[in-house]
Design a protein around this ligand. Structure first.
Ligand code: HEM
Length: 458
């Protein structure tokens, strides 16, 4: 028995592989290997006492994802939640308990909610998005450029998607702090219930604001969509979009940077001009997908799959990470091969794949362009991964580099808003001999609030 699995009370043999705790975070591949020995599905615990079946085989994953008539996404079918075995305040509840959004509904209801999302996101011009990412990247790089060292997770990969989403959703800066705090808590299962409450309240405030003063943003488009989402549906749709758009996005950026900075196959080309960013993204989406285990389904009746009983109402979780690395899958060439399941598959596959990839690619290109000699500040093996059953997420990504000049004068740092100017700022030198002074904050605001206020020119 390993410490990562619970014993069967009768036989003493390992039964439920634990997808929480430091052991799994440090080496999920070992857990997937152990589980594969039992076949394409295996019993797991997502958090203490929360049991599920994990699908580790690629074919089995596709089977579940593409059989909505057998496997529902509606977690009101979750028996252990309905009978109180899993309490409503369980740390996994914010990621799994029912709410009226596209992720957790089936059939016509799902199509209606998803269409509102795809139409509203579809109003975002790729060139404008590219501009927002470029501007956000410059803003963040300027803050570290003179330091010669940084934690790229906290200083870059984490704030960048939020800055971009704030633009896309027309979100005022004072909400930024609350959104970040809420989303981090939910994914790390740290006081997840409170974090979820914070996130929901903030999004409710945003909807009220946009009802009063609509703009050219995703929130206003969602409110005005012919699908006529109720207030409750709007809140849960926006929480879904913000959760999906930030935590996985930061992890795609950070995991790809880790690969680019540590793998010899990429080493030569970083400084050589032809940046293999797309290759690194492909590789990470295959081997370290940001949503490692999710795609939660509930069998609508008992299903026997390859000899294993998947019981009605018992959660079946897809391991996108294990399925992608299934030894039965013959993948000669990962670069340019998009058959991985990092975006899931079937009716619930990620509707924002293009945008998500573009954000990560531009963010990484910009960073490598501005800090070309960047290197990891610790051996790659010393990097720590955050705990949690659902994500593949670094705890920090410390790097060092030669200090470089900041790009923009303070007046240039105010973005024009949705549909406004998206070009890069002017190149300006850093003040001689020193660090440029940080923007002045008035109240005792957190670092985040100050950054966002600065970003909005306040
Ligand atoms: C690197 C970034 C991203 C990754 C790896 C990712 C991955 C995924 C995956 C695996 C799913 C399926 C989840 C499930 O079936 O339970 C999903 C669904 C979804 N994603 Fe993404 N996503 C990313 C970025 C985004 C962004 C930027 C947005 C929008 C702002 C977004 C919006 C959604 C939505 C709305 C769904 C639910 C779709 C449905 O159920 O019909 N995602 N994403």
């Amino acid at each position: 028995m390993t410490p990562e699995s619970t014993p069967d009370p009768e036989s003493g043999c390992p039964r439920h592989e634990l997808l929480y705790g430091p052991g799994f975070a440090a080496d999920p591949a070992a857990a997937y290997r152990r589980m594969r020995q039992a076949g394409p599905t295996a019993p797991v615990e997502l958090s203490p006492g929360v049991r599920a079946t994990l699908v580790t085989g690629y074919d089995a994953a596709l089977h579940v994802l593409r059989s909505p008539e057998k496997f529902s996404k509606d977690s009101r079918r979750w028996r252990d939640m309905a009978d109180g075995t899993v309490p409503a305040d369980s740390p996994v509840a914010p990621m799994m308990a029912y709410r009226p959004n596209a992720l957790l509904t089936d059939g016509p209801e799902h199509r209606r909610l998803r269409e509102a999302i795809t139409d509203s996101l579809g109003g975002v011009e790729p060139s404008a998005l590219r501009g927002y990412v470029g501007q956000s990247a410059d803003t963040l790089i300027d803050r570290i450029a003179l330091d010669g060292e940084a934690d790229l997770l906290g200083a870059y990969a984490r704030p960048l998607p939020l800055l971009v989403l704030n633009q896309l959703f027309g979100c005022p800066p004072e909400y930024g702090d609350r959104l970040v705090e809420g989303m981090a808590g939910i994914f790390e299962l740290v006081d997840a219930e409170k974090a979820n409450e914070l996130l929901t309240r903030t999004v409710g405030d945003l909807i009220a604001l946009k009802r009063e003063t609509p703009g050219k943003d995703v929130t206003s488009r969602l409110i005005a969509h012919p699908a006529r989402l109720t207030d409750e549906e709007l809140v849960h749709t926006l929480v879904l979009l913000m959760g999906a758009g930030t935590e996985p996005e930061q992890n795609l950026i950070a995991n790809s940077l880790r690969l680019l900075l540590s793998d010899d196959r990429f080493a030569g080309s970083l400084s050589g001009g032809s940046l293999p960013v797309e290759d690194a993204l492909d590789e990470v989406l295959w081997t370290d997908p940001p949503m490692a285990n999710y795609g939660v389904h509930f069998p609508v009746h008992d299903v026997v799959y390859e000899g294993t009983l998947l019981k009605e109402g018992h959660p079946v979780v897809i391991s996108f990470a294990a399925a992608n690395t299934d030894p039965a899958l013959v993948v000669d060439q990962r670069t340019g091969n998009r058959a991985h399941l990092a975006w899931s598959a079937g009716p619930h596959s990620c509707p924002a794949q293009g945008a998500a990839r573009l954000i990560a690619a531009v963010a990484i290109e910009k960073l490598l362009d501005r800090l070309p000699d960047m290197e990891l500040a610790v051996p790659v093996g010393d990097l720590e991964w955050r705990q949690g059953p659902f994500h593949r997420a670094l705890a920090a990504l410390p790097v060092r580099f030669q200090p470089v000049a900041v790009t923009r004068s303070e007046e240039d740092e105010r973005p024009a808003g949705d549909g406004g100017s998206t070009g890069p700022g002017r190149h300006a030198s850093a003040p001689p001999g020193g660090r440029r002074s940080a923007p002045v904050a008035t109240a005792p605001k957190s670092r985040w609030a100050r950054l966002l206020a600065w970003w909005w020119g306040e």
